[in-house]
Design a protein around this ligand. Structure first.
Ligand SMILES: [Zn+2]
Length: 235
């Protein structure tokens, strides 16, 4: 009990006030609809720029209720607030090259899902990802890169058995792997997913068109069965 309270206080100190169970939590389906509409704004370059006023900034000084977590690549061209037309306090961003999920990223996702009650997690890869490309190349990586690339290599190995573009397929399979990993992450995230409090959706962003391709749910849930015959992404 005491350790749980300490964990809560540490979490609150790190990321602002903790949402209470009484706060209204939107459904994951409603949030996903809004994010899809936001991406339509981006592709049409007709942004609504929601929640970017001084009033919104003031509203968020003591608390936050982000309606989606986005685990996306750190690539400068894949900025969640812009490509989904969102504003301050809307998205809990976890960004790392190759949108992988090590313990550090999982801990951030756990904080948002369990303490802020964020109902939706998007795992977002993107076209021509440099991290995925590096994982597909032979040769020695420098510095700390090998530990990052090791997390992506299983997707690359699966992609080699598929027809079509190696990097496109590896990007998609890497997203699917991370979706599966997050859904099965014990003890926190798997329990939230099983209890219906967290929905995890995979997505791939096109640098060419600005469009987000949302991966079919059945595909990400059953990757082990389907990875050998996953359809190519169409943006
Ligand atoms: Zn990338």
């Amino acid at each position: 009990m005491r350790s749980a309270m300490i964990r809560t206080l540490i979490g609150a100190a790190l990321c602002g006030a903790v949402a209470t169970a009484q706060d209204a939590v939107p459904s994951a389906a409603a949030v996903l609809r809004e994010l899809k509409a936001g991406n339509d704004h981006h592709t049409a370059k007709r942004y609504q720029h929601p929640h970017q006023t001084a009033a919104r900034q003031r509203e968020l000084t003591a608390t936050q209720h982000p309606h989606a977590i986005v685990l996306s690549c750190a690539d400068s061209r894949v900025t969640p607030e812009i490509i989904l037309d969102q504003g301050l306090g809307d998205l809990f961003d976890v960004r790392v090259a190759g949108n992988v999920a090590s313990d550090i990223e999982l801990a951030s996702i756990e904080y948002a899902a369990s303490h802020l009650h964020t109902p939706l997690l998007i795992v977002m890869g993107h076209q021509r990802c440099g991290a995925v490309t590096a994982a597909a190349e032979s040769g020695e990586a420098e510095g700390h890169l090998p530990s990052l690339l090791a997390l992506i290599r299983p997707a690359v190995e699966r992609a080699k058995a598929q027809p079509g573009d190696l990097i496109d397929n590896a990007v998609r399979l890497n997203v699917e792997n991370v979706v599966r990993q997050v859904r099965g992450s014990t003890p926190v995230l798997a329990a939230l997913v099983d209890g219906g409090a967290l929905t995890v959706v995979g997505a791939v962003y096109s640098l060419d068109t600005g469009k987000v391709a949302w991966l079919p749910d059945g595909q990400t849930k059953t990757i082990a069965r389907l990875c050998a015959r996953s359809p190519a992404i169409t943006y």
